[in-house]
Design a protein around this ligand. Sequence first.
Ligand SMILES: NC(=O)c1ccc[n+]([C@@H]2O[C@H](COP(=O)([O-])OP(=O)(O)OC[C@H]3O[C@@H](n4cnc5c(N)ncnc54)[C@H](O)[C@@H]3O)[C@@H](O)[C@H]2O)c1
Length: 271
Amino acid sequence: MKDLFSVAGKVIVVTGGSGVLGGALSAHLIEQGAKIAIIGFREESVLAKLKDLARYGSDPLGMAVDCTKEDQLVTARHKILERWGRIDVLINGAGGNLPGATIAPHQTIFDSSIEDIQSVIDLNLMGSVVPSLIFGKVMAEQKVGSIINVSSMAADRAITRVFGYSLAKAGIDQLTKWMAMELALKFGDGIRVNAIAPGFFIGNQNRRLLTEEDGSYTSRGKTIIDSTPMSRFGDITELNGVVQYLCSDASKFVTGTIIPIDGGFSAFSGV
Ligand SMILES: NC(=O)c1ccc[n+]([C@@H]2O[C@H](COP(=O)([O-])OP(=O)(O)OC[C@H]3O[C@@H](n4cnc5c(N)ncnc54)[C@H](O)[C@@H]3O)[C@@H](O)[C@H]2O)c1
């Protein structure tokens, strides 16, 4: 098939589209001819990202929405349907950590802020559950669609310091499998739910954890590189291929999977 990996004309909603990961994916997908609606938390960042994305083609839609809030997402769904009449793909790219839910080297788990742990779980787990229900309903009615979640290396093994985040990302893996099963059983084989599990990419949230001010690696950064067979951090554009595959007909029979994009980190025993 000639255009097996094509996303041209697909309506793709990207939560966290004003962030590093969601923004980079949106730019790539617009370049490939997709119609993109970005959702971010802060109006200024959404407007700035829309301006930036205009360089890549088409005319993206942007909305400041709290993706843990059902009513706000229902309004966003209405705006997207008004503009394009359908939703083909949802990328759940909103997420991140909170300082109080991260355990510093001199602390233990008992120093964690329970409130911050709750907030991190709300954002990273419910912030994907709620959009999946609101936008997934459109896909169920259309009997076609693809949901792409963002898991993490912290989902299935213990990575020091990021306690609340790990709990939430483990939930993302189960959300992926559970919704894949439910939607295929009840709404047919046109709806798929998968996740990417990015390895280590230097972004705003982890730059200070992984690199020193002079650009050299911290000891955590060095440990990660030593545990990555490809011996480097990822470049954010290296997520594009797998995400485009999951958006496209090339992955028509693929559902319930969690695909690592990690330079071999999750495959490596360390020996
Ligand atoms: N960058 C990495 O190395 C990496 C690795 C693995 C996983 N991830 C995951 O990728 C996702 C995005 O990370 P990033 O590096 O782009 O972070 P980022 O901080 O650059 O972007 C976060 C995005 O989420 C949005 N957001 C935050 N709270 C929100 C809310 N309540 N409602 C709506 N939007 C909200 C922000 O507006 C922003 O657009 C996260 O789930 C993160 O855990 C990132």
